[in-house]
Design a protein around this ligand. Structure first.
Ligand code: RP5
Length: 161
């Protein structure tokens, strides 16, 4: 079966954040590709990746970037595949720069922007799985079970002390 999800990121330094996307996909049994693709340091590679992504069999691209975070938007400009952008929590501006760079796409080129940092990366993986689950009943059941278990943990621990 082809790998349908690609997780790309602007730098190796983004991996501690982006591995949260990989972890939930692994937990749900969704195989995925992981690769560093930098908009600024490897622009030709970025364009090649985006242009060949659909033919490679990918259905969803998760793209994490920090600072002047152009990667998700530029990937989205070169492919019709859905792109989920994850703003990395940068040191200088705490990820506000990443968030604003990714979220403010001009009309006509869409990037689905998640929260800053590991929560956003995790949710990007979860959202990718949810999209695939529309046509995968086995994956849908796993996601339902994940959500049920999450609910149970909260219900069984109502005392916050
Ligand atoms: C961005 O620049 C990357 O996504 C990363 O978040 C940021 C800093 O990269 P490094 O200098 O740590 O490689 O392109």
């Amino acid at each position: 079966m082809s790998v349908k999800v690609a997780i790309i990121m602007g730098s190796k330094s983004d991996w501690p954040t982006m591995q949260s996307a990989s972890e939930i996909l692994t937990e749900l049994g969704v195989s995925h590709h992981v690769e560093v693709v930098s908009a600024h340091r490897t622009p030709d590679k970025m364009f090649h990746f985006a242009e060949s992504a659909a033919n490679a069999g990918f259905e969803i691209i998760i793209a994490g970037a920090g600072g002047a975070a152009h990667l998700p938007g530029m990937i989205a400009a070169k492919t019709r595949l859905p792109v989920l952008g994850v703003p990395i929590q940068s040191q200088a501006l705490n990820g506000q720069d990443s968030l604003l760079s990714i979220v403010q796409m001009p009309k006509g080129v869409s990037v689905g922007t998640l929260a800053i940092g590991t929560a956003g990366a995790f949710n990007a993986g979860l959202l990718a799985a949810q999209i695939l689950a529309n046509h995968d009943t086995s994956l849908a059941a796993k996601i339902d079970a994940f959500r049920q278990q999450q609910t149970q943990v909260v219900l069984e621990n109502p005392d916050p002390r």
